[in-house]
Design a binder for this molecule. Structure first.
Ligand SMILES: O=C(O)c1ccccc1N[C@@H]1O[C@H](COP(=O)(O)O)[C@@H](O)[C@H]1O
Length: 217
């Protein structure tokens, strides 16, 4: 994103409690992520999704996170979602088979060809880039080498992986992503968000782009 007026969007992921949804909305998050994959320590079931999604006001995007899951579950959950995030080995055709727009999450394994992935997943709204760990599909709390992200990628980038209030400004300056995505970096325990860390994260994003804007005008 080279436009100095671009406002970096923020997704807070892994929400499990009503008070955390309210805190993220109050802090100014653009999108809220709900993990429907039962292997996660932040997993919620469909009933909880319905309860949490109903609290989200207009103009805040409700994102459902799935890892290689049954189409029937994704279809049912979609009733409460605006956007789908596929974090497993889902094919482009599978991702495109639902009634919602979608993101493809990619884990930055050493041999990943991002240009090829942008071509393969051209139906995605954006590519969400996360750290690679062989034993976890995502949400590792680890960063990766941001210099591996090409500036001329054909898809918008959502930067994820180990972001915190302490490093998100540096990440924005280095990558200039469309959006940033955080889970563990704003928690006080797995699945339990810390409202102060959420506020701090949003503040750091705001400051990073404000100083950037002033530098360029
Ligand atoms: O959060 C999870 O438990 C999770 C599980 C499986 C796949 C993805 C998951 N989370 C996603 O990973 C990013 C990065 O997490 P973190 O900030 O490093 O903790 C997170 O934003 C979710 O989109």
């Amino acid at each position: 994103m080279s436009n100095p007026l671009h406002r970096t969007r923020v997704k807070i992921c892994g929400l499990t409690r009503p008070e955390d949804v309210d805190a993220a909305v109050a802090a100014g998050a653009d999108a809220l992520g709900f993990v429907l994959w039962p292997g996660s320590k932040r997993a919620i079931d469909e009933a909880r999704l319905a309860e949490l999604a109903a609290r989200v006001p207009a103009f805040v995007t409700r994102v459902g996170l799935f890892v290689d899951q049954e189409a029937s579950l994704i279809e049912r959950a979609s009733a409460h979602l605006d956007l789908l995030q596929f974090h497993g080995d889902e094919s482009p055709a599978f991702c495109a088979s639902f009634t919602r727009p979608w993101l493809k999450a990619l884990r930055m394994r050493d041999d990943l060809d991002l240009h090829a992935m942008a071509e393969a997943y051209q139906g995605a709204q954006a590519l969400l880039l996360d750290a690679y760990r062989p034993d976890m599909p995502g949400g590792t709390g680890k960063t990766f080498d941001w210099s591996r992200i090409p500036a001329n990628l054909a898809k918008p980038v959502i930067l994820a992986g180990g972001l915190t209030p302490a490093n998100v400004a540096q990440a924005i300056r280095a990558v200039r992503p469309f959006a940033v995505d955080v889970s563990g970096g704003v928690e006080r325990a797995p699945g339990i968000k810390d409202p102060h860390r959420i506020d701090d994260f949003l503040r750091q994003v705001f400051l990073a782009q404000s100083t950037d804007f002033l530098d360029k005008t």
